[in-house]
Write a protein that binds this ligand. Structure first.
Ligand code: FDA
Length: 299
């Protein structure tokens, strides 16, 4: 990591919002649902699916959770009305998980029931490790009641992930598999990127062996290569898996995957609460901030 990248990643929490906003533009559809609809139409025109996410996490009141629940329902209705090839992603803490577990479950259940009524699908994002057990428990209950309309996420940095797959293999599985983005203690998470990748491939193989539907969420071409090999090995048809990428990240790789005839879904976040999301992206890849700073200061 160069000095500038190092400084960006260390000082990310102190970089003023307007500067973070400079690079946020490419990662976020815009402040309003209308922006997500526009971006999703553009993606659909390129034969790319979307999952729409309203930004806002770690809320502090039940009223905020109810607000986000209503917005999620509005997103599903809008997807339906606009005829978009898109589903919904939501975060359990946004639904109140850290305030009241059963309240959060009821909120998510209502959204998934609504998705079912519109023949759509809800992906429950995975947050940091204090949320893992509850999120998987919610998924287990909801997949029984609404099979085919709900899925969640597994993170290959977690040591527990292969065990979680085996425990959940007693029913139909629908997972997004990603590396994981939160800062977790070594006790529970691999820190070495090589092992995170090995655990990704190992977990993906376990999922495919058990005929899970997998959203292969990565921009790491090494993992895309391994995934393509495994898809072939387990004789998966094109509609039995999908690749997933974040908005604004490595569009070249995205186009290569789509041109080869694989289904691909882009994560389309929108909303006024863009700052924490953007700080996370910047921390993850300071190169982006570097480009923005170069433009700003001519460095
Ligand atoms: P890696 O980080 O090694 O990146 C590979 C290459 O891609 C990098 O060299 C870089 O060039 C480029 N790249 C990656 N991320 C970039 C970025 N943000 N900006 C610019 N370039 C970037 N995590 C989580 O904990 N819970 C979740 O629910 C989700 N959900 C989710 C949905 C989708 C659709 C995706 C693609 C990812 C997530 N993630 C997530 C995030 C995930 O865990 C992970 O942190 C990122 O995808 C980065 O990991 P990669 O596999 O891309 O590899």
């Amino acid at each position: 990591m160069g000095l500038l990248n190092f400084l960006i990643s260390k000082s990310i929490m102190y970089i003023p919002g307007p500067i973070v906003g400079l690079f946020a533009k490419s990662y976020i559809a815009g402040p309003n649902l209308y922006d997500a609809v526009r971006v999703t139409h553009e993606l659909n025109n390129k034969n790319i699916m979307a999952t729409i996410d309203i930004l806002g996490e770690f809320i502090s009141t039940k009223d905020e959770a109810k607000y986000y629940k209503e917005r999620c329902i509005e997103i599903l209705d809008t997807i339906d009305k606009e005829g978009l090839d898109a589903n919904l992603s939501l975060k359990p803490t946004q639904m109140g998980l850290l305030l009241d577990k059963s309240f959060a479950f009821d909120n998510i259940r209502e959204i998934v029931a609504h998705a079912k009524s519109l023949n759509n699908f809800v992906r429950i994002d995975m947050e940091d490790s204090p949320c893992t057990d509850d999120t998987l428990e919610f998924y287990r209950k909801l997949r029984e009641e609404f099979p085919g309309h709900v899925g969640t996420v597994l993170q290959s940095y977690l040591r527990r992930t292969p065990d979680d797959i085996l425990k959940l293999a007693d029913g139909p599985m629908n997972f997004r598999l990603c590396k994981g983005i939160y800062n977790e203690p070594r006790k529970i998470a691999y820190k070495d990127p090589y092992i995170v990748n090995r655990n990704y491939t190992y977990s993906l193989e376990l999922l495919l062996k058990n005929r899970a539907y997998v959203g292969i969420a990565t921009h790491d071409e090494k993992l895309v290569f391994e995934a393509l090999r495994l898809i072939e090995k387990y004789d998966y048809k094109k509609d039995e898996y999908e690749f997933q990428m974040l908005l604004g990240v490595d569009e070249e790789l995205r186009d290569i995957i789509v041109s080869a005839g694989h289904r691909l879904r882009v994560y389309v976040p929108f909303g006024k609460d863009w700052l924490p999301y953007s700080r996370r992206r910047l921390k993850e890849n300071p190169n982006i901030g570097r480009h923005a700073l170069r433009q700003l200061f001519g460095i």
